[in-house]
Write a protein that binds this ligand. Structure first.
Ligand SMILES: Nc1nc2c(ncn2[C@@H]2O[C@H](COP(=O)(O)OP(=O)(O)OP(=O)(O)O)[C@@H](O)[C@H]2O)c(=O)[nH]1
Ligand SMILES: [Zn+2]
Length: 211
């Protein structure tokens, strides 16, 4: 997979001012970004999150999933350490795209789970690839990761692609009445390494709305 570095700038956030690095995939023209904080080129493993785009959760405050909560938590943890990287991959809906994810949500409104809905639409349960991470990490001089994820396939796929993962760190946050079934399906069908009891709930403000 070839990917081109395009530009970098500062990105102030409520938690820290990150560097924002923009890349373009040669074959598809897809645009990906990496946020870094501190010197990530030194040999110590870098605290990192490899996050797949979820427009609904990351930008529109959706409570159907845990994506937005994980995104914020990852940025906060990186800011607390003063060093780290967040790779934001534009593979919406576990690789099926935004509009197909909305089709899948409609099926879930009728009772399908997240895996059944994808399969009903003719997609795999998870169509994501992680090989694009390798040239971005190389460009940034990142040698190894302490990866925040509960997803064993993400760890396996990245390792297979040659990314050196020194440690896996759980990231369990944002459980609420709207995403309990989704989280349970992640554990039961996608093999996520977490238990619902591990979760810190979404904040009081978030769960004030009726389930
Ligand atoms: N097709 C589909 N995609 C979903 C659904 N809910 C969330 N997503 C997508 O799932 C992806 C979540 O990715 P990640 O945040 O990397 O999470 P993960 O692979 O579950 O693993 P973690 O690292 O443990 O969070 C995003 O691309 C979301 O858009 C759903 O019900 N259907
Ligand atoms: Zn989501």
């Amino acid at each position: 997979m070839s990917i081109r570095f395009i530009a970098a700038s500062q990105l102030p956030t409520p938690w820290a001012t990150f560097m924002l690095h923009g890349f373009e995939e040669a074959e598809t023209g897809k645009e990906h970004v990496v946020l870094t904080l501190g010197d990530v080129t030194t040999p110590e493993p870098v605290l990192a999150r490899v996050h797949s785009e979820c427009l609904t959760g990351d930008a529109l405050f959706s409570m159907r999933c845990d994506c937005g909560y994980q995104l914020q938590e990852a940025l906060k943890r990186i800011a607390d350490e003063g060093r780290g990287a967040l790779l934001y991959l534009r593979q919406e809906g576990r690789g099926i795209g935004l509009l197909n994810k909305i089709r899948a949500y409609a099926l879930q409104d009728e009772g399908a789970d997240t895996v059944e809905a994808n399969e009903h639409l003719g997609f795999g349960a998870d169509q994501r690839r992680y090989d694009i991470c390798v040239p971005m990490l190389e460009h940034l001089g990142i040698q190894s990761l302490r990866l925040m994820t509960n997803n064993p396939r993400k760890v396996e796929a990245l390792s297979r692609d040659g990314v050196h993962i020194r440690e896996r760190l759980a990231i369990t946050t944002g459980r609420n009445p709207f995403n309990e079934h989704y989280l349970t399906t992640k554990v039961g069908k996608l093999g996520h390494m977490m238990a619902l009891d591990d979760f810190t709930p979404a904040s009081d403000v978030d769960i004030e709305r009726d389930a």
